[in-house]
Design a protein. Structure first.
Length: 702
């Protein structure tokens, strides 16, 4: 886990609103750009109202999105996406004819508006949940990785959450995108996308139909995926890994023969990526991005853990044969290829450039790249003994791409395309154990890489589950609903935990499990504290140790007999509510017992008040784990006032301590929220019940 300056903003608000200016429309009917997260289980990503997630489209971060496992920090694998829609022999409502017309959302074009901005007009972007969502609290503070803003609750939903995105385009296609997430543990590593492309004739953001009678010929939907596996690994290997310079892309289901008789992934129509050889990193073999003595990481994380042992990709679940034949076409996508991420056609796309749109349309229909990207970069197929350069000379590396079509859409007709984006890879325990052995020299690079590549099997298993779920009509067994009202409260003799249930009468609920981590919410070691009867609503943790940070989560466990299987779910396994629903991101503490009264200024009582650490040294590790930039007061009365003065006697902070314990933490900021500088400070602790006070000095070194 990286230190706090490198945390990727997991606790920021989920909605970014950027209203467009200029262009031909004031968006009186549309909604502008809105970004929302799908964050229901272990794979999290953000989705924009403009229909596709462009480069640096949410924050100014090259890698942002497709976080897996999302519980851990800096697991982003998405650098950019692109969606282009193209037709041939098209005439606009002013009578202007185009041999090829292409509109763009991404990978760099923002999509929104008219002119060179792409020709996409967002009309709807709703986040819908199947059940009400509540957020955990730690010591009275809402403690969550992300706050969602839901449009509505719909108990009839088959997925557990859905983003409903509707976009008009200037070619008269209205795109409806449904983004589906599932909270059950066997279906939490993928997100399903259902696309409908309909010839409505609406070319902007109002209700008027401009092209009511035009048939759209040669329609293609073309997608690009710029993966970079992953943000954490880039801190280890190179900043250029953040934009995917070393990304390896491979394909299955394109009709080509895989070198060396490799049959993994057979039966899937997919493209996938992994962290390949980096041309400029020579210290040791970089596959998996082993963390050795990197200054950006905590010492506990530099044992060799593999930071980038993930595989990520997209699998086609269904594509209509035509607008009148809704059966699945096994030959779709008709184009599977790869393109330089910094290719000139991936920048400054213009829906009025004749030459540009002609070249773009040719990308859409070029067919299956032969050989595939991975086989060009590594012709011998020895991916676990890499020697080739995956960038193929492009400064941005290579993006995978696929095109669906050509389709003919008469007015009112549509086609449906369904795909899933999925992630897989080594477990955290495997990342540590394999990486540790590689750093120690007990296994060589190939053995390490062979272990990394077992993550590809994991990815394909996830993709097959997504396919089975889709084919079942999303009728998979449901996990118990996550507990609600999850509350953690620090105390002097215990840490108290309480919760409620959304459905206390659920006949399929078996029990409740309480888990705890120490020092970090995403610590590698997770302790099962207790398994409780489903009727329990509280638990007191008396096994904590004073001076450490503790983080909790609670899981509802279903009866094994209630899981009849189906849709890719193995039968007879207890189904679990997702950890992410109750995970606390702020610490709770096992506080010290209240110190003695300061009444009468008894010397023995005054001496029990301590300030730790003293001196405080910025950047140093404090006694309890991850309590950076804070000091603690121990041995204080249960009710007291702590006043902090500079050495010159200026009062800079007052802290009312009222929880009855003997400890209080201060984050070294003034009442005006300014961080204090180096110097000597004076703390006056006043007993507000019995009277009396003590004066202590402490030192801060920055």
């Amino acid at each position: 886990m990286s230190k706090k300056p490198w945390v990727n903003g997991t606790r920021s608000a989920i909605i970014v609103l950027a209203l467009a200016t200029g262009g031909e429309s004031a968006f009186a009917q549309g909604i502008g750009i809105v970004n929302k997260w799908m964050a229901v289980n272990s794979l999290h990503s953000w989705y924009t109202s403009v229909g596709c997630e462009i480069e640096e489209g949410r924050v100014r971060e090259q890698q942002d999105g497709l976080q897996w496992p999302a519980l851990y920090r800096n697991q982003d694998m998405e650098a950019a996406k692109g969606m282009w829609l193209g037709v041939r022999d098209w005439t606009d409502h002013n009578g202007n004819s185009y041999a090829y017309k292409v509109v763009h959302s991404g990978p760099r074009v923002r999509g929104l508006g008219a002119g060179s901005d792409g020709g996409f007009y967002p009309m709807k972007h709703d986040l819908i949940t199947r059940y009400p969502v509540s957020y955990p609290t730690a010591d009275g503070i809402r403690s969550t990785g992300r706050v969602d803003e839901f449009t509505s609750v719909d108990p009839t939903l088959k997925p557990d959450r859905m983003i409903l995105n509707e976009v008009n385009t200037s070619i008269g296609i209205t795109m409806t995108r449904k983004i589906l997430g599932f909270n059950q543990q066997f279906h939490g590593d993928y997100i399903i996308y259902e696309y409908e492309f309909k010839n409505t004739g609406n070319v902007d953001d109002d209700v008027e139909i401009e092209l009511a009678n035009q048939t759209l010929n040669g329609f293609y939907a073309f997608f690009q995926y710029r993966y970079a596996v992953n943000k954490e690994g880039a801190y280890v290997i190179s900043n250029s890994a953040r934009w995917g310079i070393n990304t390896m892309n491979d394909t299955r289901g394109d009709g080509l023969v895989t070198p060396n008789g490799d049959t993994t992934g057979s039966g899937l129509r997919c493209q996938y990526a992994w962290h390949g050889k980096h041309r400029d990193f020579a210290r040791y073999d970089n596959l998996g991005a082993p963390i050795w003595d990197n200054p950006f990481f905590d010492r506990a994380d530099t044992v060799g853990r593999l930071a980038s042992a993930q595989f990520v990709g997209v699998v086609t679940l269904h594509a209509d044969r035509s607008a009148t034949d809704r059966t699945d076409d096994p030959l779709q996508p008709t184009t599977t290829t790869y393109k330089g991420s910094d290719h000139s056609l991936n920048s400054r796309n213009d829906q009025y450039s004749i030459a540009g749109m002609t070249a773009e349309y040719n990308w859409m229909r070029e067919g299956h790249a032969n050989p595939r990207h991975a086989d060009v970069a590594q012709p011998d197929g020895k991916f676990t003994e890499p020697t080739g350069d995956p960038s193929l000379g492009d400064a941005g590396g290579q993006s995978s791409a696929n095109g669906y079509g050509p389709y003919t859409l008469a007015p009112g007709q549509s086609v449906r395309i369904v795909m899933a984006e999925a992630a897989g890879g080594l477990s955290r325990e495997k990342q540590v154990s394999v990486g540790r052995r590689y750093k120690a020299g007990t296994i060589n690079a190939k053995a390490k890489n062979d272990s990394v590549f077992t993550g590809r099997d994991s990815l394909f298993r996830v993709m097959r589950r997504a396919l089975a779920n889709f084919r079942s009509g999303y009728n998979i067994p449901r996990a118990p609903l996550p507990p609600k009202g999850f509350t953690v409260t620090s105390g002097g003799d215990k840490i108290s935990i309480s919760w409620d249930l959304e459905d206390p009468n659920d006949p399929n609920l078996d029990s409740i499990r309480i888990y705890r981590t120490k020092s970090r919410y995403d610590a590698d070691t997770v302790a099962l504290l207790q398994t409780l009867d489903k009727s329990a609503r509280s638990y007191d943790d008396r096994s904590a140790v004073r001076g450490f940070e503790y983080f909790y989560h609670l899981i509802a466990v279903g009866k094994s007999s209630a899981n009849t299987g189906g849709g890719g779910t193995p039968a007879g396994v207890p189904l679990l509510s997702p950890r992410i629903a109750t995970q606390t991101y702020d610490p709770a503490f096992f506080l010290t017992e209240a110190g003695p009264s300061l009444s009468g200024n008894v010397a023995a009582n005054l001496s029990k008040v301590r300030i730790v650490p003293n001196p405080f040294v910025s950047g140093g590790r404090t006694f309890g784990g991850n309590l950076e930039n804070s000091v603690q007061f121990f041995g204080i009365p249960g009710n007291c006032m702590i006043k902090i003065y500079t050495e010159l006697g200026e009062l800079i902070k007052e802290i009312a301590h009222t929880d009855g314990s003997g400890s209080e933490r201060w984050n070294l900021t003034t009442s005006s929220n300014q961080t204090i500088v180096s110097g000597v400070y004076i703390a006056v602790v006043e007993d507000t019940q019995a009277g009396g006070k003590t004066i202590q000095k402490f030192v801060v070194i920055r």
